[in-house]
Design a protein around this ligand. Structure first.
Ligand code: PDD
Length: 291
């Protein structure tokens, strides 16, 4: 069942116009959220980011923060989903052709929920291959990476390259050749015990998982460096991992054809455990407040 513009409809009837500017121009925004045992993890942060993305494209979301929460819980109920991945998509809406957002009087609002399919355990036990690709991350001055937008061709092109290399994820450098991020993930590496990750100024999405992992690292008293890094730093790192809402912490075994020495490394494992602890604590707290 799909939530489409205020109604729950079966998937077969969840249709959007070919004149929707999301379809015509990639004009819109989205969020991906993870549901654990019926609790949407860091829902408020995801909704806040949705509103930030909307503001950056001058889109007025036709619902309040609270109304989005209600719509989300209706969608989960309708699908009887407890462990799920949810996507909220808001496009500019239907309108005649032309780029002017004013052509579209009402945004299209969609919530989709899918039962969570875990990644293969092997990915976490042995690590995955990632590849630094030739496609550069959009220059922020052209399209700010902090807009979680439907305009995803930059990432799609990078993913095509990664797949050709047999890699699960493609890592893009920014226009100045500093490491930016993956097509759907943020990247971290460890050198001499220091946890490093590209700074938001490198032109990346400030991932919610990334933020929580930086928090975990500080709680574990690890030194964290958010900065500008060259690809050599990643290739010669002691440990590498990628993160997002659905992967959580995914260890990396090789970057292109370079093997990473510790896979998964001890700091990666510690952070993965610390993240899982945060998830469990969050679920418990949510359950207590629902009692
Ligand atoms: N992607 N960078 C990019 C380009 C992303 O698309 C994502 C998330 C992230 C990680 O963000 P977070 O930790 O908030 O999930 C970083 C989601 C999962 C997606 O595209 O479905």
């Amino acid at each position: 069942m799909i939530y489409l513009n205020n109604r729950i409809v079966p998937k077969s009837r969840a249709r959007v116009s070919v004149y929707d500017h999301g379809f015509l121009y990639g004009d819109g925004i989205y969020e991906t959220l993870r549901v654990y045992q019926g609790t949407v993890f860091h829902l408020d942060e995801h909704i806040a980011r949705l509103f930030r993305s909307a503001a950056m494209i001058q889109l007025t979301i036709p619902k309040t923060h609270e109304a989005i929460k209600r719509a989300l819980s209706k969608t989960l109920k309708a699908n009887r989903h407890k462990d799920a991945v949810v996507r909220i998509t808001i496009s500019r809406g239907e309108g005649p052709t032309g780029l002017d957002p004013a052509l579209c009087p009402s945004p299209t609002f969609v919530i989709m929920s899918h039962a969570f399919k875990p990644y293969p355990a092997k990915h976490y036990q042995q690590g995955v291959k990632i590849a630094i690709v030739r496609t550069r991350r959009n220059y922020n001055g052209a399209l700010n990476a902090q807009i979680k937008s439907l305009n995803f061709l930059n990432n799609v092109l990078a993913r095509i390259e990664a797949k050709k290399e047999g890699a699960l994820e493609g890592i893009m450098l920014n226009y100045r050749s500093f490491i930016a991020e993956g097509t759907v993930s943020n990247v971290f590496f460890v050198r001499d015990g220091v946890l490093c990750t590209p700074s938001v100024n490198a032109g990346i999405l400030d991932g919610i998982t990334r933020g929580l992992l930086v928090e975990c690292a500080k709680e574990l008293r690890l030194t964290v460096r958010e900065g500008m890094f060259r690809k050599d730093a990643l290739m010669s790192a002691d440990e590498v991992f990628i993160s997002n809402t659905t992967m959580e912490v995914m260890p990396v075994s090789s970057v292109n054809d370079t093997k990473i020495s510790s896979r998964p490394g001890s700091i990666t494992k510690k952070l993965r455990r610390a993240y899982r602890k945060k998830v469990n604590a969050y679920i418990k707290k949510a359950e207590r407040s629902n009692e």
